[in-house]
Design a protein around this ligand. Sequence first.
Ligand code: NAP
Length: 313
Amino acid sequence: MESTETAAARRLDGKVVAEAIRESLKPRIARFSASAGRPPGLGILLAGDDGGSEIYVRNKVRACEALGIRADLQRLPAEASLDEVMAIVAGFNAADAVDGVLVQSPLPPGMGADAEQQVFDAIDPAKDVDGFNPVNVGRLVQNRPALAPGTPSGIIELLERNGIPIEGRRAVVIGRSDIVGKPMAALLLHRHATVTICHSRTRDLPAVASTADILVAAIGRPGFVTADFVKPGATVIDVGTSRMTDRDRVAALFGRDSPRLEVIERRGATVVGDVHPGVAAVAGALTPVPGGVGPLTIAMLLSNTVRAAEARR
Ligand code: NAP
């Protein structure tokens, strides 16, 4: 499917890099388990019944188990209170066999608008494998050792392992979220890129974006980044993951003969990135969706868990 959509640009395969990351973790997990007398442990809390979260958490648990990391999954119903979430986080923080703590987003809306931030604030920074605690955010900004969020860390791995130079290059990040855009900009800056962050109020976005040698799109709007956003030969990283169910909209983006229409037929939806398929004719390198950034996010969660386990001993 992706091969036709990324016809001219080199395809940056996230699955291959994720597999390499997982392989590199195996001896470290074996060493840790032998010396600690137990495997690294990840505590996961899933509150509510969001369908997407169920799938993400299932994939995270499977990925842990496949590698020999012990996943301790705790569940709460959608009507649970924030106090109940906090009690489970406190239990994970205190448990010696738990090295990483992950609270799946989003929390049920009934818990209040700032519930997630309160929960991230409560996670022990030494176990904060998502990198959302303010201590780790501060360390990241200061370029000190930190547990950094998985998606932008995975993108750095993808660039470096594909030999794409960062130092001295112009990078434009579209999106300024705490989980992708801002940490992405910090990680690129620390590798000596000249970084611009864009968002919904940016004027003349295509003109700014097309100055980039490395363009990261983390917006959540299918096909938003069209060829006029892209400097010829640029590396384009597509973080967006939008589920599309409307055949006509998908056909308008990818063409009537796109295999994605059959995916909708079979699975009810196709996952579409922020980057328009026409960008493949202009970019030098491009991540597919699916199969680009997504697999790296989980691989970096595993990597952070192993790192946290090693650091705690
Ligand atoms: P978010 O918190 O919704 O942030 C989206 C950002 O895009 C905001 O900064 C917003 O600007 C900006 N934006 C929205 N419309 C825009 C426009 N028309 N022009 C310029 N900027 C615009 O999203 P997120 O959590 O960062 O996620 C972004 C996408 O990445 C989503 O599709 C998400 O599903 C996906 N994602 C994928 C992975 C993965 O593993 N593959 C991981 C995380 C996220 P303002 O700040 O001005 O509103």
